[in-house]
Design a protein around this ligand. Structure first.
Ligand SMILES: Cc1cc2nc3c(=O)[nH]c(=O)nc-3n(C[C@H](O)[C@H](O)[C@H](O)COP(=O)(O)O)c2cc1C
Length: 315
């Protein structure tokens, strides 16, 4: 088999995404006929972890508008040719995290992505649909062809993760407490992501990546919760409006913007205690009427890899 080259791009704060993508690509990294180029993105100005509340909120306008942030040099030859590119990213405010947005707007990237099959690999809380739509645009702008998407999410329900994810982000504590499960993607989901790497390895051996068709069908790569589709849409609309306003007020650290960020925080809390319960009630009432449309949207968001896992079950 001709030697195959894979570029894997990632960035992680707590190490969750790094760990997940490491498990995923292990079958590739162990193969002598495949070389994996590992690109760990480093923002020129590192983001804090754990975050304080205002810093956490302050990145939302730039995240939502996918601003280009400066990154440390990649240390990879601009003219390097890859057979496949894997972009591992986490979601920040329903958008690709800023390091990934910055990467996809860097000059070198067109050379690496143009006309190449691209796999996106997400590890986040549970809301990634809008972020993936933005990734599709950024990948297409570089001439890349999205052939697969894997999404690993926190297995807790919306209420649990609404508590455990911010606790983890703001304190660094991820452990189980009271009746809450440990935050983040489960250890077994992370371990099992090796099945994607194995499928990619087999596909590379047979030259299937050249077809730019999905390589990960039948492996349960994604599973869209249709109940979250409306929530993402409403949330994103509000992020766009507030994000535009906050960006107009100055740079993330400017005093005026920090002041209005506090106003936004009050708005957010009011929304959570008033509008969110009301919209949940509306969702319950109208769900039966919308089910057909939501199922169609679910199928759309699950493309290209799909949620079926017939291969996993057969193994
Ligand atoms: C600023 C910020 C915003 C986030 N927004 C979302 C979000 O909109 N949807 C989501 O599912 N997860 C969200 N998360 C969780 C991340 O996607 C991710 O699961 C978490 O940050 C751990 O990733 P790590 O590998 O960088 O540690 C957010 C995290 C941060 C830090």
């Amino acid at each position: 088999m001709p030697h195959k080259k894979v570029l894997v791009v990632h960035y992680s704060q707590s190490g969750q995404l790094d760990n997940a993508i490491k498990h995923c690509i292990a079958p590739l990294a162990d193969d002598k006929d495949i070389s994996v180029t590992d690109l760990n993105l480093k923002p020129s100005e590192p983001f804090p972890f754990p975050w304080n509340l205002l810093d956490f909120l302050s990145v939302f306008p730039e995240s939502v508008y996918c601003d280009k942030i400066p990154l440390e040099p990649f240390g990879i030859d601009k003219n390097e040719k890859f057979d496949l590119v894997i972009l591992a990213y986490q979601v920040w405010f329903l958008s690709p995290s800023l390091p990934m947005s910055g990467f996809l707007q860097s000059a070198e990237v067109k050379e690496w992505l143009n006309d190449k099959p691209v796999i996106t690999f997400i590890a986040c809380r549970n809301m990634w649909l809008t972020a993936q739509e933005k990734m599709k645009v950024l990948i297409a702008k570089n001439g890349g062809i999205l052939c697969d998407n894997v999404a690993l999410v926190d297995g807790g329900n919306a209420f649990e993760t609404f508590i455990t994810t911010p606790r983890w982000m703001l304190t660094g504590k991820k452990d189980a407490f009271w009746f809450f499960k440990e935050a983040g993607v489960s250890k077994s989901d992370i371990k099992n992501s090796a099945r994607f790497g194995k499928a990619v390895k087999d596909a590379l051996k047979e030259g299937k990546e050249k077809s730019k068709e999905p390589l990960l069908k039948g492996l349960g790569a994604v599973n869209v919760n249709e109940k979250l589709i409306m929530s993402e849409r409403i949330g994103h609309r509000s992020f766009l409006i507030w994000g535009k306003l906050l960006k107009k007020l100055g740079k993330p650290k400017s005093a005026l913007r920090r002041f209005f960020l506090r106003v936004y925080l009050v708005f957010l809390v009011l929304m959570i205690v008033t509008v969110v319960p009301f919209s949940l009630l509306l969702r319950l009432l109208f769900y039966p009427l919308m089910i057909k449309k939501l199922r169609k949207q679910k199928a759309y968001y699950e493309e290209p890899s799909g949620s079926e896992n017939y291969k996993e079950k057969n193994e």
